[in-house]
Design a protein around this ligand. Sequence first.
Ligand SMILES: [Zn+2]
Length: 207
Amino acid sequence: MSPNNPFKYGKSLHRRTQTPPAYASYRSYKPYLRVEFERKCVYCLMPDTVQGEKSFGADHYRPKSVFPDLANAYTNLFYCCNACNSYKGDAWSTSPTYFVPNPVDHVMIQHMRYQDGTVAHSSDAGEYTIELLNLNDPDAVNYRENVIHMIDVLEDEMSEIAATEKNIAKKLRTKTMTAQDAAVAVATLEVSKVKTLRALKQLCGTL
Ligand SMILES: [Zn+2]
Protein backbone atom coordinates (compact mmCIF):
# COMPACT_ATOMS: atom_id res chain seq x y z
CA MET A 1 0.00 0.00 0.00
CA SER A 2 1.25 3.45 -0.87
CA PRO A 3 2.62 5.45 2.07
CA ASN A 4 0.54 8.35 0.73
CA ASN A 5 -2.76 6.44 0.92
CA PRO A 6 -4.95 8.58 3.21
CA PHE A 7 -7.25 5.67 4.11
CA LYS A 8 -5.36 4.38 7.12
CA TYR A 9 -6.82 4.53 10.62
CA GLY A 10 -4.59 5.67 13.46
CA LYS A 11 -2.61 3.17 15.51
CA SER A 12 -2.44 5.43 18.55
CA LEU A 13 -4.60 7.98 20.33
CA HIS A 14 -4.63 11.50 18.93
CA ARG A 15 -3.63 14.13 21.48
CA ARG A 16 -5.17 17.48 20.64
CA THR A 17 -2.58 19.97 19.42
CA GLN A 18 -4.71 23.07 18.87
CA THR A 19 -5.72 25.48 21.63
CA PRO A 20 -8.23 27.91 20.13
CA PRO A 21 -9.75 30.74 22.17
CA ALA A 22 -13.35 30.29 23.38
CA TYR A 23 -15.78 31.12 20.59
CA ALA A 24 -19.52 31.74 20.83
CA SER A 25 -20.20 29.62 17.75
CA TYR A 26 -18.81 26.16 17.18
CA ARG A 27 -18.41 26.98 13.47
CA SER A 28 -15.51 29.31 14.33
CA TYR A 29 -13.48 26.26 15.38
CA LYS A 30 -13.48 24.76 11.91
CA PRO A 31 -10.04 26.12 10.87
CA TYR A 32 -8.54 24.67 14.07
CA LEU A 33 -10.26 21.33 13.53
CA ARG A 34 -8.93 21.24 9.99
CA VAL A 35 -5.37 21.52 11.29
CA GLU A 36 -6.04 19.31 14.33
CA PHE A 37 -7.23 16.38 12.22
CA GLU A 38 -4.95 16.99 9.22
CA ARG A 39 -7.72 17.85 6.79
CA LYS A 40 -9.33 14.42 6.95
CA CYS A 41 -12.73 13.25 8.15
CA VAL A 42 -12.05 11.49 11.46
CA TYR A 43 -14.60 8.78 10.63
CA CYS A 44 -14.11 7.91 6.94
CA LEU A 45 -10.64 9.51 6.45
CA MET A 46 -11.56 11.26 3.17
CA PRO A 47 -9.27 14.32 2.78
CA ASP A 48 -11.09 17.66 2.45
CA THR A 49 -8.71 18.57 -0.36
CA VAL A 50 -10.50 16.10 -2.67
CA GLN A 51 -14.04 17.43 -2.46
CA GLY A 52 -13.31 20.83 -0.94
CA GLU A 53 -13.51 22.32 2.52
CA LYS A 54 -17.15 23.28 2.04
CA SER A 55 -18.01 19.59 2.10
CA PHE A 56 -16.65 19.43 5.65
CA GLY A 57 -17.80 20.71 9.01
CA ALA A 58 -17.54 20.31 12.77
CA ASP A 59 -19.09 17.18 14.22
CA HIS A 60 -20.40 17.32 17.79
CA TYR A 61 -19.19 13.97 19.08
CA ARG A 62 -21.71 14.23 21.88
CA PRO A 63 -24.73 15.64 20.05
CA LYS A 64 -25.96 19.14 20.92
CA SER A 65 -29.47 17.86 21.46
CA VAL A 66 -28.34 15.52 24.26
CA PHE A 67 -25.43 17.61 25.60
CA PRO A 68 -26.35 21.29 25.05
CA ASP A 69 -23.55 22.37 27.43
CA LEU A 70 -21.00 20.89 25.02
CA ALA A 71 -22.34 22.69 21.93
CA ASN A 72 -19.33 25.04 21.79
CA ALA A 73 -16.71 22.91 23.54
CA TYR A 74 -13.67 22.43 21.31
CA THR A 75 -12.92 19.05 22.90
CA ASN A 76 -16.33 17.81 21.77
CA LEU A 77 -15.69 18.79 18.14
CA PHE A 78 -14.22 16.67 15.37
CA TYR A 79 -13.45 17.41 11.73
CA CYS A 80 -15.96 15.52 9.68
CA CYS A 81 -17.23 15.24 6.10
CA ASN A 82 -20.83 16.24 5.52
CA ALA A 83 -21.85 12.68 4.65
CA CYS A 84 -20.57 11.22 7.94
CA ASN A 85 -21.89 14.21 9.88
CA SER A 86 -25.35 13.82 8.42
CA TYR A 87 -25.52 10.04 8.97
CA LYS A 88 -24.26 10.45 12.54
CA GLY A 89 -26.84 13.14 13.23
CA ASP A 90 -28.06 13.08 16.84
CA ALA A 91 -27.11 9.46 17.39
CA TRP A 92 -25.69 8.81 20.82
CA SER A 93 -24.93 5.46 22.36
CA THR A 94 -24.19 4.78 26.02
CA SER A 95 -23.34 1.17 25.26
CA PRO A 96 -19.73 0.22 26.09
CA THR A 97 -19.78 -2.10 23.06
CA TYR A 98 -21.75 -0.33 20.36
CA PHE A 99 -20.46 3.21 19.99
CA VAL A 100 -18.77 5.44 17.41
CA PRO A 101 -15.01 5.55 18.07
CA ASN A 102 -13.16 8.85 17.70
CA PRO A 103 -9.37 9.27 17.33
CA VAL A 104 -8.94 11.12 20.66
CA ASP A 105 -10.60 8.57 22.93
CA HIS A 106 -10.13 5.38 20.93
CA VAL A 107 -7.40 3.68 18.94
CA MET A 108 -9.24 3.69 15.62
CA ILE A 109 -7.42 0.72 14.09
CA GLN A 110 -8.72 -1.48 16.90
CA HIS A 111 -12.22 -0.88 15.57
CA MET A 112 -11.98 -0.35 11.82
CA ARG A 113 -9.50 -0.86 9.01
CA TYR A 114 -9.48 -0.19 5.31
CA GLN A 115 -9.21 -2.94 2.73
CA ASP A 116 -8.74 -0.98 -0.46
CA GLY A 117 -11.82 1.31 -0.56
CA THR A 118 -13.93 -0.74 1.85
CA VAL A 119 -14.01 -0.42 5.63
CA ALA A 120 -13.84 -3.67 7.60
CA HIS A 121 -14.64 -3.85 11.31
CA SER A 122 -12.40 -5.26 14.03
CA SER A 123 -14.87 -4.71 16.88
CA ASP A 124 -18.58 -4.40 17.56
CA ALA A 125 -18.10 -0.64 17.77
CA GLY A 126 -16.55 -0.70 14.30
CA GLU A 127 -19.45 -2.72 12.92
CA TYR A 128 -21.93 -0.34 14.55
CA THR A 129 -20.10 2.68 13.09
CA ILE A 130 -19.84 1.29 9.55
CA GLU A 131 -23.59 0.69 9.65
CA LEU A 132 -24.55 4.01 11.28
CA LEU A 133 -22.35 6.18 9.03
CA ASN A 134 -23.02 4.06 5.96
CA LEU A 135 -19.25 3.92 5.44
CA ASN A 136 -19.49 1.25 2.77
CA ASP A 137 -22.02 3.04 0.64
CA PRO A 138 -21.16 1.71 -2.88
CA ASP A 139 -20.63 5.23 -4.26
CA ALA A 140 -18.26 6.09 -1.42
CA VAL A 141 -16.31 2.82 -1.87
CA ASN A 142 -16.04 3.45 -5.60
CA TYR A 143 -14.91 7.02 -5.06
CA ARG A 144 -12.19 5.97 -2.59
CA GLU A 145 -10.98 3.25 -4.96
CA ASN A 146 -10.65 5.87 -7.68
CA VAL A 147 -8.71 8.15 -5.33
CA ILE A 148 -6.38 5.26 -4.38
CA HIS A 149 -5.91 4.32 -8.04
CA MET A 150 -5.10 7.89 -9.02
CA ILE A 151 -2.55 8.12 -6.20
CA ASP A 152 -0.87 4.95 -7.54
CA VAL A 153 -0.83 6.35 -11.08
CA LEU A 154 0.62 9.68 -9.97
CA GLU A 155 3.26 7.96 -7.82
CA ASP A 156 4.32 5.93 -10.87
CA GLU A 157 4.50 9.16 -12.82
CA MET A 158 6.76 10.69 -10.14
CA SER A 159 9.06 7.65 -10.35
CA GLU A 160 9.23 7.98 -14.12
CA ILE A 161 10.11 11.66 -13.82
CA ALA A 162 12.87 10.83 -11.34
CA ALA A 163 14.22 8.14 -13.68
CA THR A 164 14.22 10.54 -16.63
CA GLU A 165 16.04 13.16 -14.55
CA LYS A 166 18.73 10.60 -13.72
CA ASN A 167 18.97 9.66 -17.36
CA ILE A 168 19.48 13.26 -18.43
CA ALA A 169 22.20 13.70 -15.80
CA LYS A 170 23.91 10.55 -17.06
CA LYS A 171 23.75 11.72 -20.69
CA LEU A 172 25.27 15.02 -19.65
CA ARG A 173 28.08 13.23 -17.81
CA THR A 174 28.82 10.97 -20.75
CA LYS A 175 28.45 13.91 -23.12
CA THR A 176 25.78 12.16 -25.19
CA MET A 177 23.51 15.17 -24.76
CA THR A 178 24.33 18.86 -25.09
CA ALA A 179 23.92 21.16 -22.10
CA GLN A 180 21.36 23.13 -24.06
CA ASP A 181 19.19 20.08 -24.86
CA ALA A 182 19.49 18.94 -21.25
CA ALA A 183 18.32 22.34 -19.98
CA VAL A 184 15.24 22.18 -22.22
CA ALA A 185 14.46 18.62 -21.14
CA VAL A 186 14.86 19.46 -17.45
CA ALA A 187 12.60 22.51 -17.76
CA THR A 188 9.86 20.43 -19.41
CA LEU A 189 10.25 17.78 -16.77
CA GLU A 190 10.00 20.38 -14.01
CA VAL A 191 6.61 21.50 -15.31
CA SER A 192 5.17 17.97 -15.21
CA LYS A 193 6.77 17.40 -11.81
CA VAL A 194 5.03 20.43 -10.30
CA LYS A 195 1.68 19.39 -11.79
CA THR A 196 1.97 15.77 -10.72
CA LEU A 197 3.06 16.65 -7.20
CA ARG A 198 0.20 19.12 -6.84
CA ALA A 199 -2.36 16.52 -7.94
CA LEU A 200 -0.80 13.91 -5.65
CA LYS A 201 -0.89 16.23 -2.65
CA GLN A 202 -4.51 17.09 -3.34
CA LEU A 203 -5.57 13.45 -3.41
CA CYS A 204 -3.58 12.60 -0.29
CA GLY A 205 -4.87 15.56 1.70
CA THR A 206 -1.52 17.22 2.20
CA LEU A 207 -2.12 20.25 0.00
ZN1 LIG B 1 -16.50 11.09 6.53
